[in-house]
Structure formats: structure tokens, C-alpha cells
Design a protein around this ligand. Structure first.
Ligand code: GRF
Length: 197
């Protein structure tokens, strides 16, 4: 059984999808052992508490440097003996040193079909605003390994979602989460935990 560490910054619907998948048996080769949040206010921490999973807050503001921020995160990951890291709405770019330490053991979910609408500056609603501005008829989500290029690591899984005529960025964001992110992220987590990728 692999120990999973989930890094979050916000609402934590992807964390919830992982926890639900654990309960329903979609994830059976791993177990979330800690949730690390970069914000004390993140609702994701409440979701962790409700599920009886330890939550740790490491705020960038409380650290004098990025090095200290990452050291504290690494400290929590070692304390809980984490094997696999899932970035689920984690809003910070990690250094190449940190990334190298968890090579092939850290994955991220991005709300577009990479290589469209990804890379530096494409996060949150901005991704969906860009998709609507371009007028694409299909978008989706991607789960990929994390490497030193933002959203540039090897693709593990993708799922397409149709764009509708009167979509707003908010409506599209919700549909991409529900129909793609929340489905492929748990599936990818299981594949990684089961050593199938
Ligand atoms: C998701 O859209 C995810 O793809 C992106 O950040 C958002 C996080 O949402 N990386 P949540 O906190 O999981 O609800």
C-alpha cells in the first residue's frame, strides 16, 4: 500500500475525488496519509479533517525563502513517509531540486488538454478564459508527471469535455472538474500506486 501526500491550496474538490475513490475502491493500492496546504484557509484542510486525515499548513508567507517553504513541505512528506505526491490545485511552482527528489513519483492535474492552454500563467479560471477566447469546441483535463517544465511532464491520462455555446469560464471550469478532473485523477493515482505507470 503506497502512502499518498496531497498538496493543495484551495477548495480541494480534487482531493475529495481522491478520498471518495479510496472509499469506493477505485483507489486500492494507496492511501492518503497527509494533506499539505499552502493556505490555512483552504477548505481542502476541512475535507481532510472530516476524513480523519492529518492536515498540515505550510504557508509561503510564513517562510523567509522558497527554500524554507520547500524544506518544510519535504519535512512533512518525510514525517508521513509519503511515497507518492499529488498536486491537486497546489498554486506554487516548485523548484527543480524539489522536483528531482520526487521524480516519477509526483503528478499534477491540469484543467485543459495539454499542450493547449498550459504553462506559466495558465492556472484557475485563466485556463478556461483562454479556451473560450480561442473558441475551441472541445477542452478537458490532463494528469501528468511533474518535471521542471510547468505542465510539461509526461502525460498519464486525458479526458475531453465539450464546450457549450453559452459557457462562461466559471461554468466551463465546473464541467471540466466534474466530467474530467475528478474522474481521471483518481484513476491515475491508482495506476501510479499499483506501479502500472
Ligand atoms: C483544478 O482546476 C485543478 O486542475 C487546478 O486547480 C484546480 C483545483 O481545484 N490545478 P480544487 O482545489 O481541487 O477544487
Amino acid at each position: 500500500m503506497k502512502k499518498i501526500g496531497v498538496l493543495v491550496s484551495g477548495g480541494g474538490t480534487n482531493l475529495q475525488a481522491i478520498l471518495d475513490a479510496q472509499n469506493s475502491g477505485i483507489i486500492k493500492s494507496g492511501k492518503v496519509s497527509v494533506v499539505i496546504s499552502s493556505s490555512a484557509k483552504a477548505y481542502a484542510l476541512e475535507r481532510a479533517a472530516k476524513a480523519g486525515i492529518p492536515g498540515v499548513c505550510v504557508s509561503r508567507k510564513d517562510c523567509v525563502s522558497k527554500e524554507e517553504f520547500e524544506e518544510r513541505i519535504s519535512g512533512a512528506l518525510s514525517e508521513y513517509e509519503v511515497d507518492i505526491i499529488v498536486l491537486a490545485g497546489f498554486m506554487h511552482i516548485l523548484s527543480s531540486d524539489f522536483i528531482a527528489k520526487y521524480k516519477n513519483r509526483m503528478i499534477n492535474v491540469h484543467p485543459s488538454l495539454i499542450p493547449s492552454f498550459c504553462g506559466d500563467g495558465f492556472y484557475g479560471l485563466k485556463v478556461h478564459e483562454a479556451a473560450l477566447a480561442k473558441g475551441v469546441k472541445v477542452t478537458g483535463a490532463t494528469v501528468h508527471f511533474v518535471n521542471e517544465i510547468t505542465d510539461g511532464g509526461k502525460i498519464i491520462m486525458q479526458k475531453a469535455v465539450c464546450v457549450k455555446e453559452d459557457d462562461t469560464p466559471e461554468i466551463l471550469q465546473k464541467r471540466v472538474m466534474k466530467e474530467a478532473e475528478h474522474i481521471i485523477l483518481p484513476q491515475a493515482v491508482e495506476l501510479l500506486c499499483a506501479d502500472k505507470i
